[in-house]
Design a protein around this ligand. Structure first.
Ligand SMILES: C[S@@+](CC[C@H](N)C(=O)[O-])C[C@H]1O[C@@H](n2cnc3c(N)ncnc32)[C@H](O)[C@@H]1O
Length: 195
């Protein structure tokens, strides 16, 4: 079986990507079967099968040709390109940008650019210690995104937690003030900016 390039980066690929797909579908404007996503900085397109399970069409984009070749070798539609200036041939319902928002040369311009070809929402993860959420909200509103929803994301990427610890983290994710306190020190948000 062909290996995926991110097999070494994620302790539990199934749990991590099925959780991410669920967030992509449910945070902000809900995605429905038949909707389409463009996954910016898609690497080998690992998210594709988890979104296709929801009936969502997937196309990926990455600057690295080897990544795009790997995605295609798994039957995933993907293109070589730069997220700063790529425009898909048709508008997409949702644009995703995970672990890659820092590749935008000018974030406010990037948000405007994405708003030009996205009909539903932009979804990305954000470290609030690196980029203040208030600034990000302002930039998204200025780019035309009317509604901004955020959800704490505590799923560990590199650590395979015992079931009980994973459950505790999921509970903390939904705990409101406690989750916001934890985010001062660790973890990320998933941000969904809807048009
Ligand atoms: C940390 S990986 C994240 C991959 C995937 N989104 C995930 O969450 O597992 C960053 C990816 O961004 C790609 N990348 C870097 N700069 C880019 C750019 N300007 N446009 C598109 N992709 C880029 C890299 O080739 C790499 O595959």
């Amino acid at each position: 079986m062909k290996r995926w390039s991110d097999d070494d980066q994620y302790a539990d690929v199934e749990a991590y990507f099925s959780g991410r797909a669920e967030l992509v579908v449910s945070v902000g404007r809900r995605l429905e079967p038949g909707d389409t996503v463009l996954d910016l900085a898609c690497a080998d397109g690992r998210l594709a099968e988890f979104l296709e399970a929801y009936g969502i069409g997937y196309q990926g984009l990455d600057t690295v040709p080897e990544m795009v070749e790997q995605a295609r070798a798994h039957g995933i539609e993907a293109e070589v390109g730069d997220l700063n200036d790529y425009v898909p041939p048709e508008p997409v319902t949702a644009t995703l940008c995970f672990r890659a928002i820092y590749y935008s040369r000018d974030r406010a311009a990037f948000f405007r650019h994405v708003a030009g070809y996205t009909t539903g929402k932009l979804v990305f993860d954000l470290n609030p210690r690196q980029y203040p959420l208030a600034t990000i909200r302002e930039e998204l509103h200025a780019a035309g995104f009317a509604r901004v929803d955020v959800r704490p994301l505590f799923a560990p990427q590199r650590v395979n937690l015992p079931r009980i610890a994973a459950l505790a983290l999921r509970t903390l994710e939904r705990s409101g003030p406690l989750a916001r306190l934890a985010l001062r020190y660790r973890f990320t948000y998933v941000v969904a900016a809807s048009l």
